[in-house]
Design a protein around this ligand. Structure first.
Ligand SMILES: [Zn+2]
Length: 145
């Protein structure tokens, strides 16, 4: 009987774990997007400042907002991603991505509506953003013929 060797894995599967809240999910997302620290999505400069609340300021500083030292624009980890400008917390986005990756039959807006409890319109919008991102990723990763 011949020994059967397991072929080496090219890529270890990355499993997206559940995140308790938006803050934890944001830190996870920052770690994936910026493994060497934040990079400005506007000018690609890695130098940044974190914003701090000024004494007497009436507007609170949102966590995860950085300011580029070069172009002076503010940004978060979601700028330039499908999650930019949405009101859904990042932990729900990550849960939706995990669900999308683990589902054998695929998911539809009705699944998202039932699972996460947001409106059907929001579920459709979220699904459209996710599928557009998947298509864009597959298009850019396709080898040349
Ligand atoms: Zn910049």
């Amino acid at each position: 009987m011949a020994d059967r060797e397991t072929p080496p894995k090219k890529h270890a599967p990355t499993r997206i774990r559940r995140h308790a809240d938006d803050h934890e999910a944001r830190l996870y997302f920052e770690q994936i997007r910026w493994p060497d620290g934040p990079v400005c999505p506007h000018c690609q400069d890695p130098r940044y400042m974190t914003l701090r609340e000024q004494p007497g300021s009436r507007s609170p500083v949102r966590p995860g907002v950085y300011k580029c030292k070069r172009c002076r624009k503010q940004y978060t980890v979601t700028v330039g991603t499908p999650f930019e400008g949405t009101h859904l917390p990042l932990n729900q986005w990550l849960d939706m991505i995990r669900l999308l990756c683990e589902s054998r039959e695929g998911i539809n807006a009705r699944h998202l509506h039932a699972r996460f409890g947001f409106s059907y319109t929001t579920a459709c919008s979220a699904l459209r953003r996710l599928t557009s991102a998947v298509v864009a990723t597959q298009t850019t990763e396709m080898p040349a013929p």
